[in-house]
Design a protein around this ligand. Structure first.
Ligand code: PLP
Length: 421
């Protein structure tokens, strides 16, 4: 089925009330029929709802629908994009291990990998997303994952997914792709060999800046890569915290199962059923919106490219952009989402332009139907040093735009007056 059709129907079987809208199951817990039923659910002899920290029927629809869009086997929804990334990484890495990350990551992911994971004894090693050949030298027997963004925020680079997954597969290591900015509508990393995708649902999935949430998706057949793989012993040995369960032997998608039964159970970063419901509403129009976001962004990028005050425009849909070839290969119809950035002379110039716009809201978010302007060096990337900023492609004169669904003409006019103010 086409993605647009799946977006409207996948994962929802109407209950006895036959409601057209997916119901919001706003409940903390679920009644067991009797003691045996309760015991069977806990022992996974029967699948069903226990407690909303572990599962919820509304969230279940969100998970199933998203997994189908991504062409994955299973998904786990969590409280935020950051918790999805954290869960995805610590589901495989622990003290003494390392993960290999692209330098070009969302600022929050960079601090998570560089600083917070260090406190868990996990080392982050970095490669340039444009140089997948750097990865091999960083791999050792403690490397548990390679983590990168398909379309990077805010540097707007397009990863050569196949080049990275080929190296990872040669070494039997998992690849985790943050597919937030591209969304499953524009890019489907599993088709190019990735194992896990993570998303901030707070962006294009909700689409209107309504709620925080995250989701991780497991590709079909991942069990074969995990089974008897000495790197991933936790999937092959009995889990003492779940009465000896061996995740690769239960016949359920093992990566998602462990993230749910162990991480979500113990860390509790659960998404609320109401937010899951909002994400389901957003998904219904995701395919339509992503096309419009992409069209608007391309028109805006072309305008910026022709403006004398603009030194550089980062948008992979521009033929002049070094990511153009990858975008044509990895993105549906070459559509490149709504995120673009451009560079002006310096910090002062950038500040003047951002303050002069009227239609763009100064907000640290992306993927809203309303256009957003951000100055990463003073906000999302503020914690990074000057050198770290340069290393991850965020100079101080960089302005990021999340192009909304307003008319392209109005968006261009407002930016023009701001540049010339
Ligand atoms: N991944 C990317 C690419 C992001 O842009 C963001 C947030 O901006 C996140 C993850 C984190 O998502 P959340 O804010 O839902 O925790």
């Amino acid at each position: 089925m086409d993605l647009q059709t799946l977006a409207l129907h996948a994962g929802y079987e109407k209950d006895s009330h036959r409601t057209m809208a997916v119901p919001i199951y706003q409940t903390t817990a679920y009644e067991f029929r009797d003691v045996e039923h309760a015991a069977n659910l806990f022992a996974l002899k029967e699948l069903g709802n226990i407690y909303t920290r572990l599962n919820n029927p509304t969230t279940d629809v969100f998970e199933k629908r998203f997994a189908e869009l991504e062409d994955g086997e299973a998904a786990l929804a969590v409280a935020s994009g950051m918790s999805a990334i954290f869960f995805a990484l610590i589901n495989v890495a622990e003290v003494g291990d390392n993960i290999i990350c692209a330098k070009q990551l969302y600022g929050g992911s960079l601090t998570l990998c560089t600083h917070t994971l260090k406190r868990f004894g996990i080392e982050a090693r970095f490669f340039d997303v444009h140089k997948p050949q750097q990865i091999e030298a960083l791999i050792d027997d403690k490397t548990k994952a390679i983590f990168f963004e398909s379309l990077t925020n805010p540097s707007i680079d397009v990863a050569d997914i196949e080049a990275i997954t080929t190296i990872a597969n040669k070494h039997n290591i998992l690849t985790i792709v943050d597919n937030t900015v591209a969304t499953p509508i524009l890019c489907r990393p599993f088709e190019f060999g990735a194992d896990i995708t993570v998303h901030s649902a707070s962006k294009y999935t909700t689409g209107q800046g309504l709620a925080i949430g995250g989701i991780l998706v497991e590709r079909k057949g991942l069990v074969e890569k995990l089974k008897n793989n000495p790197k991933y012993i936790h999937f092959n040995e009995p889990d003492a915290s779940y009465h000896g369960l061996i995740y690769t032997e239960v016949g359920l998608p093992p990566y998602t199962l462990r993230a749910r039964l162990s991480l979500l159970r113990d860390l509790g970063a659960v998404v609320s059923p109401f937010n899951s419901w909002l994400f389901i509403q957003g998904i219904e129009t995701l395919a339509l919106r992503m096309r419009e976001h992409s069209k608007n962004a391309l028109m805006l990028a072309e305008f910026l490219e022709s403006h004398p005050k603009v030194q550089k425009v980062n948008y992979p849909g521009l033929q002049s952009n070094p990511n153009y070839k990858n975008a044509q290969k990895y993105f549906e119809d070459g559509l490149c989402s709504g995120l673009l950035s451009f560079e002006v002379k310096n910090l002062e110039e950038a500040t003047k332009i951002v303050n002069a716009t009227k239609l763009y809201s100064l907000v640290v978010n992306i993927g809203d139907s309303k256009s957003i302007i951000t100055h990463p060096a003073s906000t999302t990337h503020q914690q990074l040093s000057h050198d770290e900023l340069i290393a991850c492609g965020v100079p101080e004169g960089l302005i990021r735009i999340s192009c909304g669904l307003e008319s392209a003409k109005d968006l261009i006019q407002d930016l023009q007056q701001a540049l010339e103010a």
